[in-house]
Design a protein around this ligand. Structure first.
Ligand code: ADP
Length: 414
């Protein structure tokens, strides 16, 4: 079945068309038929499309909203020149959406009907930036493909529904949890779930026997402690702001800082929150960029002090979380790197693991250098305990497979 996988933001959209079914799950022969991203929806939008492994096609088009964007993508895909092997939208069997927040209600992937749409609407309070865009994406696909094409929601929070109370409750008055559901939800769940699944597949180990610390280090960054196939702790919290240092997000800080900055800088609380989300992290410390690649180059070529500082703080925070989660899990079989930084920056991986030698962690410099650009495998020495791995994440694949399972009424095992 051809499944359209969508990750919709307020003015951007990423998609893949993936051919998958149960037999392909077994031998990993799911096929990516098309891929693309569109930015600046609402004006002169900028798109990049690619059919299979072909050359990317770039261009601009006036796309006033998400519906126009979905129509544009489908007319490209079904056009004779695209190189995508479908001739009509009737060949798209289902659509799977990444939905950021499922609250406490959605603990697995679900088929979208009116009740689910209402449920996602009810969580808008918890994810005011993300869930409205996800809903617009769902409505756009429904209006273009028609209500007959099943749609499935795959939630970023769902994998973390197994967190125990001791991990998801904050030490604030319990009534705030009861009244307003203030708790840790965790995000990047589909990524951490994929990494754990792939580790088990690569090592031939069963869900029950594996304990992992997974590190999704991209523009957004999070760590996850996984035991018995379940998330038992994760670094993002009530929102994606908590935890590791990220491209533009601060991660952990003393909440008393918010009011202090607001007073000193004459900002509203909303403006401070925006500063912590958009102007902090690697960008805030370095004053240069949120892109780790550029920071590494600045630090190496110009020995830029603040670029070095940003990298130091980033790596130190990750190492602290690795230590915390090893303690929480009582040890782990492996530490696994993923995400744009985790998959491509050997120097950062090395720095994070520095100082963990006492534990038995040993990074093999040659293996570390060789595992970039999507290559998966061990970067620790054979003797390293825990093992150290790079496993490129593939959220879209998991969304496509979940969609297939939900459409066929097969229970999704997390
Ligand atoms: P997102 O979280 O938006 O999905 P990615 O997982 O693609 O982002 O990660 C993007 C980040 O990965 C970039 O901001 C960049 O810092 C980092 N990155 C990508 N390639 C490299 C590289 N070769 N070296 C260091 N960092 C890299």
């Amino acid at each position: 079945m051809n499944i359209l996988v969508l990750n919709v933001g307020s003015s951007s959209l990423k998609f893949q068309l993936i051919a998958t079914d149960e037999e392909r799950f077994a031998d990993n022969s799911d096929t990516r038929l098309a891929w693309g991203q569109i930015e600046r929806i609402g004006g002169e939008a900028v798109y990049t499309f690619r059919a299979g492994d072909g050359e990317p096609v770039k261009g601009t088009a006036p796309l006033r909203d998400h519906r126009a964007t979905v129509e544009f993508i489908l007319s490209w895909m079904t056009g004779a020149e695209s190189g995508v092997p479908i001739d009509s939208v009737a060949e798209i069997g289902a659509a799977g959406h990444r939905v950021v927040h499922g609250g406490e209600r959605f603990v697995r992937s679900v088929g979208i009907d009116d009740a689910v749409l209402r449920g996602i609407e009810e969580t808008i309070d918890l994810a005011p930036l993300h869930n409205p865009a996800n809903l617009r994406g769902i409505q756009a696909v429904r209006s273009v493909l028609g209500p007959g094409v099943p749609q499935v929601a795959v939630f970023d929070t769902a994998f973390h529904h197994t967190l125990p109370e001791q991990a998801y409750l904050y030490a604030i008055p319990y009534s705030l949890y009861r009244r307003h559901r203030v708790r840790r939800y965790g995000f990047h769940g589909t990524s951490h779930r994929f990494i754990a699944y792939r580790y088990r597949q690569l090592t031939g180990r069963s869900r029950e026997e594996v304990r992992l610390v997974t590190l999704h280090l991209g523009n957004g960054c999070s760590a996850c402690a996984i035991a018995g196939g379940e998330s038992v702790d994760t670094s993002m919290g009530f929102t994606p702001l908590e935890g590791l240092v990220m491209g533009t997000r601060s991660g952990d800080l003393d909440p008393a800082i918010l009011d202090y900055i607001a007073q000193k800088e004459g900002l509203s609380l909303a403006e401070v929150e925006s500063l912590l989300n958009k102007q902090s992290g690697l960008l805030g410390i370095s004053g240069l960029t949120n892109d780790m690649r550029e920071l590494l180059a600045e630090a190496e070529q110009f020995d830029d002090r603040r670029a070095r500082l940003a990298i130091d703080i980033f790596c130190y925070r990750v190492r602290k979380y690795v230590g915390a989660y090893l303690a929480a899990l009582g040890g782990a079989d492996a530490i696994v790197f993923a995400g744009g930084i985790g998959e491509n920056a050997p120097a950062v991986r090395e720095r994070i693991c520095q100082g963990l030698e006492w534990l038995g962690v040993r990074v093999d410099p040659e293996r570390n250098a060789a595992h970039v650009g999507g290559r998966e495998g061990r970067i620790g020495t054979d003797a390293s305990r825990p093992e150290v791995w790079v496993i490129p994440t593939d959220e879209e694949l998991l969304i496509a497979r979940d969609t297939w399972r939900v459409v066929h009424g097969i229970e999704t095992r997390y």
